[in-house]
Design a protein around this ligand. Structure first.
Ligand SMILES: *Cc1c(COP(=O)(O)O)cnc(C)c1O
Length: 427
């Protein structure tokens, strides 16, 4: 993490000391590095240019649910990103941020008629369809609007992503996608519908994948389907392999973006030349975590140190409502003191003030800390702010983007009045 480092004993994001951010905007606050975001997106974009074939070999659709802040969406859009959305709300965010709807793909198992209508109105690139009833609904809505809806099926390749069961999505027993063996029939049905235009195929097998072998296995199975469909005269324009690349939280060593894409394009290019009669096929990706996860941290202040008979607790002003991943997946996040202290370390559990035993951010960490110190919960850029809630009537954290030696507020801290603004009394 070159964008997060100590200078003169103080943790910085790029050239900004984190105590300055806390002083100006308070805590808890999410802090992102613009340079880190740029670097991660560019790793995808340049590998696609380098290893893909043709003028326009790939589209990188940032997964909006990993971080949907408008400033982040706008920055990625300016770098050329498309977007993978899972709700009408996310589409409205992309549009508000200045993103191009013609680079938007719409995933998710439960799209409502209103969401489909909104997406058709804005002429999105593709619906990733997850069931036949959904296909028929999209056809009906498109018919009503006098349009043709571009679709791909999200196919479940039944490969084991070897990740946490809550973030594994590509197995037979998952709710996602259509069954691999049923996929051909689904495409035949779609090809026969008036208001549907078949354009692609999609899969997404899980998240925080450290090895690319499951992704490449899924690719092989998708390619096999593309060939079979071509045989029946159903020609696809794109193959979307989903997101899912992992990041380093602790000591994990995920495959490098460039290495994965090199291996992937080697296969795709070889297949295009030999089996696919040189026909073009655009590759699409839906990365979230690998772009924004290690580009952000959650900054929090220690309220109390509490020595217990068995454990020592550092009670901080961030909680499970701010960063849900530890409570939900027992996720491990590195915790760094903003100010390095020359004192003996003790073992601490870092916990929040929420009335739940599950409200912890980190366990059994060796830290030299004092009341009032700032802690940085690292690798919190993905599935941090977007999964936060107002549990315990806690206002959601502010968000700040660091850019070199400047930093900008990109979301104000909520006020309590905001929380009950939509509520009303009985008459
Ligand atoms: C969540 C999600 C992604 C992003 O996954 P990451 O692991 O964050 O890269 C991509 N596609 C779909 C359909 C998703 O649901």
């Amino acid at each position: 993490m070159p964008y997060f480092s100590y200078k003169d004993g103080i943790l910085h994001t790029e050239n900004v000391p984190l105590n300055e951010v806390a002083k100006q905007f308070g805590t808890p606050v999410y802090v992102y590095s613009k340079a880190a975001l740029t670097e991660n997106y560019t790793a995808y974009a340049s590998a696609c240019q380098q290893f893909g074939q043709g003028d326009d070999p790939a589209l990188i659709c940032f997964s909006v649910k990993s971080n949907s802040n408008l400033a982040i969406l706008r920055h990625l859009s300016q770098l050329g990103a498309g977007f993978d959305i899972v709700s009408g709300g996310e589409l409205q965010r992309v549009i508000r941020a200045g993103g191009d709807p013609s680079k938007v793909i719409f995933s998710g198992v439960g799209k409502t008629s209103n969401e489909i209508r909104l997406a058709l109105k804005h002429n999105i690139l593709c619906f990733n369809v997850e069931s036949l009833p959904e296909l028929h609904r999209i056809n009906d809505v498109a018919k009503e609007m006098g349009k043709q809806a571009p679709i791909s099926f999200r196919v479940n390749p039944d490969v084991d992503a070897m990740t946490h069961p809550y973030i594994s999505t590509g197995l037979k027993e998952n709710k996602f996608g259509v069954d691999y063996l049923a996929a051909l029939d689904c495409y035949r049905v779609a090809a026969g519908l008036q208001n549907i235009r078949v354009v692609g195929i999609d899969c997404h097998i899980g998240s925080q994948l450290l090895d690319d072998a499951p992704l490449l296995a899924a690719l092989d199975k998708m390619i096999e389907l593309v060939d079979r469909l071509a045989h029946e005269g159903i020609r696809l324009h794109h193959l979307d392999i989903g997101g899912g690349l992992g990041i380093t939280y602790n000591d994990e060593q995920p495959v490098k973006i460039a290495h994965y894409l090199q291996r992937l394009f080697t296969r795709v290019n070889h297949w295009r030349l030999h089996e696919h009669q040189g026909r073009p096929i655009k590759m699409m990706f839906e990365p979230g975590r690998s772009i924004v996860g290690n580009a952000g941290l959650l900054l929090t202040e220690i309220q109390y140190l509490k020595d217990g008979p068995v454990k020592n607790f550092a009670i901080v002003d961030a909680a499970m409502n701010d960063l849900m991943r530890p409570a939900m997946y027992e996720a491990w996040h590195r915790v760094l003191p903003v100010k390095e202290r020359n004192a003996p370390a003790k073992t601490w559990d870092i916990v929040g003030p929420v009335c739940e035993s599950g409200d912890w951010l980190a366990r059994e960490r060796q830290l030299a800390i004092q009341q009032g110190d700032l802690l940085a919960v690292m690798s919190a850029g993905a599935y941090g702010m977007t999964m936060s809630s107002n549990y315990n009537s806690r206002t959601r954290a502010a968000e700040v983007m660091v850019d070199g030696d400047k930093f900008h507020l990109i979301r104000q801290r909520e006020k309590v009045q905001d929380l009950y603004a939509l509520e009303s009394f009985l008459p």
